[in-house]
Design a protein around this ligand. Structure first.
Ligand SMILES: [Ca+2]
Ligand SMILES: [Ca+2]
Ligand SMILES: [Ca+2]
Ligand SMILES: [Ca+2]
Length: 344
C-alpha cells in the first residue's frame, strides 16, 4: 500500500462483492508528481508527461487520440501545471494527450510482452473537458474484467485555456496486474496527462512454488512478497510469510536453485548451498499457539548493501522460510518457495 490513503473511492456494487483485491484512487487535485499517491519519480516508475510531443514510454498504447501539440497550440493545451517548471494555475507551452470524443474516451492498454508482465499500480490525470463535465475512470485486469470505476462529478471549469485547479488524478492498484485504464467524460473533447505506472518486475520476476509444511496448528505457512526485487528501487522488496505460529523464531533463507526435496517432514524448496538472513520473531497473538504470526524481510536492503556478491542484476534466487514449531515431530516448520530475479 502507498503511504497516502485513497480519498473518494466509488466502487460499483458488483465489484464490492467480488474479491476486492484492488484499490482505486481519486479523484484528487493534481498539479505535480508530488500529488500522486505513487512514487512516480523513482526508478521503478514510468511517467509519461508528453513534454517531448510523443506517447513513447514503453509498453503502452492508446485506443484513440493524439498528443495535443500535434493538432493544437497555445494556451488551449491543458498540461499538468508543473510541466512548465512552476506551479501557477497554468502550464504555458506544456503538452498533453487529447481525443475529440470524450464520451467514447481513451483506453490506455499495457503490453505484458513488452513490459515483462502487467503493472500492479497505474494512474493518469484528467486535465480538460467541457463545462461541468463529469469524468469516469475505469481499470481492467488481464482478462478484461473491470476493477471498478471512479467518478468525478462536475469538474470541468468552463475554460479550455490551461487552467489547472480542475485537474484530477485517478489511479488503481491490483496485485494480479492491470491491463487497461479507461478515461471518459460527459461533455466535450477529453484531455489527459501524466500517465504513470510501476514497472511490472514483481509480477514477471517473482513466482511462488513448492509446498509448505502444514504446522502443528494445521496452517500452511505462506510465502509472499511486496514490492520489486530491484537493485535501484528506493522502496522495499519484502519477502513475507503468513500463517505462522505466533511468537516463534524463524528466518528466510535463499539460494540459486529450485528444489522440492523431502526435508524435516516437509519440503526443502531451495537447492543448497543456501544462505540465511536475519532471525526474526513471528509476533502475533500473546496467547496459546495459533497462526497469527508472520515474518517480513526487506530483501532490497540485502541486495543493495552487497551482502551477497552473487545477488546482482539478472540473478534468479529462490527463498523459503524456516521456523520453530515445538509441537511438530521435527520441531520445525517450512513455508513454500518464492523465486525472483533481481531487476535493474
Ligand atoms: Ca504535460
Ligand atoms: Ca505551471
Ligand atoms: Ca485543466
Ligand atoms: Ca478546463
Amino acid at each position: 500500500m502507498s503511504a497516502k490513503a485513497p480519498l473518494t473511492v466509488l466502487v460499483s456494487l458488483a465489484l464490492a462483492l467480488s474479491a476486492g483485491a484492488q484499490t482505486l484512487y481519486g479523484p484528487t487535485p493534481y498539479l505535480s508528481p508530488a500529488d500522486s499517491p505513487f512514487p512516480v519519480l523513482t526508478p521503478q516508475w514510468v511517467l509519461e508527461d508528453f513534454e517531448d510531443g510523443l506517447l513513447n514510454v514503453p509498453g503502452v498504447s492508446a485506443s484513440a487520440g493524439y498528443v495535443t501539440s500535434t493538432h493544437f497550440s497555445g494556451s488551449i493545451i491543458d498540461s499538468v501545471d508543473a510541466d512548465d517548471g512552476v506551479i501557477n494555475g497554468a502550464c504555458a507551452g506544456g503538452d498533453s494527450y487529447f481525443y475529440g470524443s470524450g464520451g467514447v474516451g481513451i483506453i490506455f492498454t499495457f503490453d505484458a510482452a513488452v513490459l515483462g508482465g502487467l503493472p500492479r499500480k497505474a494512474g493518469l490525470v484528467w486535465t480538460d473537458g467541457g463545462t461541468g463535465t463529469s469524468v469516469t475512470f475505469e481499470a481492467f485486469d488481464a482478462n478484461g474484467a473491470s476493477l471498478g470505476q471512479v467518478l468525478a462529478p462536475n469538474v470541468g471549469d468552463g475554460s479550455n485555456n490551461g487552467t489547472t485547479a480542475e485537474d484530477r488524478f485517478f489511479g488503481v492498484e491490483h496485485a494480479a496486474g492491470i491491463k487497461q485504464l479507461k478515461i471518459r467524460h460527459s461533455a466535450g473533447g477529453i484531455e489527459v496527462d501524466h500517465l504513470q505506472y510501476e514497472r511490472p518486475c514483481g509480477v514477471s520476476a517473482a513466482s511462488i512454488y513448492c509446498t509448505a509444511k502444514t504446522n502443528s496448528q494445521g496452517c500452511a505457512p505462506q510465502i509472499g512478497y511486496d514490492g520489486c526485487p530491484s537493485a535501484s528501487s528506493t522502496s522495499a522488496f519484502r519477502i513475507t510469510c503468513s500463517q505462522v505460529l505466533n511468537n516463534k523464531s524463524g528466518l528466510m533463507f535463499y539460494g540459486y536453485g529450485q528444489l522440492a526435496a523431502p526435508f524435516q517432514g516437509g519440503f526443502l524448496c531451495v537447492q543448497p548451498p543456501t544462505r540465511r538472513t536475519t532471525i526474526q520473531s513471528s509476533g502475533g497473538n500473546a496467547g496459546p499457539d495459533d497462526c497469527s504470526g508472520q515474518y517480513s524481510f526487506d530483501m532490497r536492503n540485502w541486495i543493495q548493501s552487497n551482502q551477497d556478491p552473487n545477488l546482482v542484476v539478472g540473478a534468479t534466487a529462490y527463498a523459503q522460510y524456516w521456523m520453530r514449531d515445538p509441537s511438530s515431530a521435527s520441531t520445525t516448520g517450512l513455508s513454500n518457495g518464492l523465486g525472483f530475479t533481481v531487476m535493474p
